[in-house]
Design a protein around this ligand. Structure first.
Ligand SMILES: [Zn+2]
Length: 462
């Protein structure tokens, strides 16, 4: 009898917990805590199964353990392994930040429902050993980090909270004292009035739905955008995913957490724009492999300070998907096609051509080799009635969608309007001297860029 054998071990654990301070009063044999070693929800169910045997495991156990921190199987009480989750501490709604001493902590961060939330960890660049976020109901897919994350501080996790969220758990392991902070913004409210108000800078929300159609590539501290820009992009990603069912497109550099240019904190700014949350780099949709920031043509350097695609050298670029995505972004929400917009107020553009977009695009910068393929694909989409006449015309002439050197591995989108307003909690500077990193002119630092393999990483002007 597997459970029988477990009981003797559990009894031992019960004795151990009896001498732990704070536990002795309520511990008995039947309440002996079985320490389930897990530090990530994906590891929880397999750990339970291993400990209890499959026949003892019910689906409710894992979710109860996750949400309440304890659950019962028969007479056995399960609790989380404190040694892995560290000391528990709360960041309530009444405070914006708290300071943690070196060690392992589980911070219960209170979050308001239906908001945009950014949780940040601020401290010396190399202080973070581990950062795990456990989202709970509606946020079970929430993860920290990004494809090309470098693990440096400040680190951020941004997401939109569903209707019933009250808190998320953040497991933080640090070897220095750090500050945990929370910034909250209203979810981009409606199409109306967007241009009139000052809009906040928000971290691009981590994808929390199965068909979000995008993923974060750049370290999250460089993925901050104006609130309406995030909303417009999210919608276009989702609609593109729905139509093509292909892989997720990645989000590259936008702006730093404080609205500055990405990598200002490391002392080598990667762009001449990208300030104030109006610019964002995206990976090129690919026909083969992931749609990450990656050179999909043969690059020529003529003159040497310009990188461009050689003629007829584009490989595996999914021009149809790129064309559809861009057209969708320009068209803005269409109620008939988009569930999420059903509850939105009716909005008509000043020109009277259908609904007004979430955020207006000022420029789309791409290498001319890709542009040629996008325009070809666009004509076909237009013939099939998937792209409106006005959008087709806009993307066909050279003002909006235009060639720019260095755009050989990504597409750069610049949105119209004012710079975003940086929330107070995010309005701090990190100077290269404080990051413990080498100075900008040290050639060894060139290796640290997230796209070091591509020419745009070193000196891309946009
Ligand atoms: Zn760019």
């Amino acid at each position: 009898m597997r459970l029988g054998r477990r009981f003797s071990e559990l009894a031992l654990l019960g004795l151990v917990s009896c001498i732990e301070p704070g536990l002795h009063a309520r511990s008995s044999l039947t309440e002996a805590p079985l320490q389930i070693p897990y530090d990530h929800e994906d590891a929880l169910a397999p750990a339970l199964e291993r400990e209890l045997g499959k026949d003892q495991l019910r689906t409710g156990h894992a979710s109860r353990l996750r949400s309440e921190g304890s659950a019962s199987v028969g007479d056995v009480r399960l609790t989380r392994a404190r040694s892995l989750l560290g000391e528990r501490i709360e960041l309530g709604l009444e405070q914006d930040s708290l300071t943690l001493l070196p060690g392992r902590w589980t911070v219960h961060v209170a979050v308001p429902a239906r908001h945009h939330v950014t949780i940040g960890v601020r401290g010396p660049a190399g202080a973070l050993r581990k950062l795990t976020i456990i989202g709970g109901p509606g946020l079970t897919r929430l993860r920290s980090g990004a494809l090309a994350d470098d693990g440096r501080l400040p680190a951020f996790v941004s997401f939109e909270t569903p209707r019933r969220t009250a808190e998320v758990l953040v497991v933080i392991d640090v070897d220095h004292s750090v500050q945990v902070l929370r910034a909250v913004a209203e979810r981009f409210p409606s199409i109306d009035g967007a241009a009139a108000e000052a809009l906040p800078l928000v971290g691009f929300p981590s994808p929390t739905e199965g068909r979000a159609g995008y993923q974060l590539e750049t370290p999250p501290r460089y993925s901050f955008v104006r609130a309406d820009v995030a909303a417009a992009l999210k919608r276009a990603f989702k609609r593109t995913k729905r139509r093509f069912r292909r892989n997720a497109i990645t989000i590259g550099d936008a702006s730093q957490w404080n609205g500055g240019r990405p990598a200002t904190d490391l002392g080598h700014r990667r762009h001449i724009s990208h300030e104030g949350g109006r610019d964002v780099d995206l990976g090129l949709p690919s026909m083969q492999g992931s749609s990450r920031i990656w050179t999909r043509c043969r690059v020529v350097r003529t003159p040497p300070d310009r990188a461009e695609c050689a003629e007829d050298s584009v490989v595996a670029f999914d021009a149809e998907r790129m064309a559809y995505f861009l057209a969708t972004l320009i068209d803005g929400p269409r109620r008939a096609e988009d569930d999420a917009s059903r509850h939105r107020p009716k909005a008509v553009s000043p020109s009277g051509h259908g609904p007004r977009p979430h955020a207006e695009i000022e420029a789309i910068l791409l290498d001319r080799a890709y542009i040629a393929e996008v325009r070809e694909a666009l004509a076909k989409l237009y013939e099939r009635g998937l792209v409106g006449a006005a959008t087709f015309a806009q993307l066909s002439e050279g003002r909006l969608l235009r060639h720019s050197p260095w755009h050989v591995d990504h597409v750069h989108l610049r949105f119209a309007g004012a710079s975003a307003v940086t929330p107070e909690a995010l309005d701090f500077e990190v100077l290269p001297s404080n990051t413990g990193m080498v100075a900008a002119d040290d050639p060894s630092d060139a290796r640290s860029g997230p796209r070091g393999s591509t020419p745009a990483g070193s000196a891309a002007p946009d």
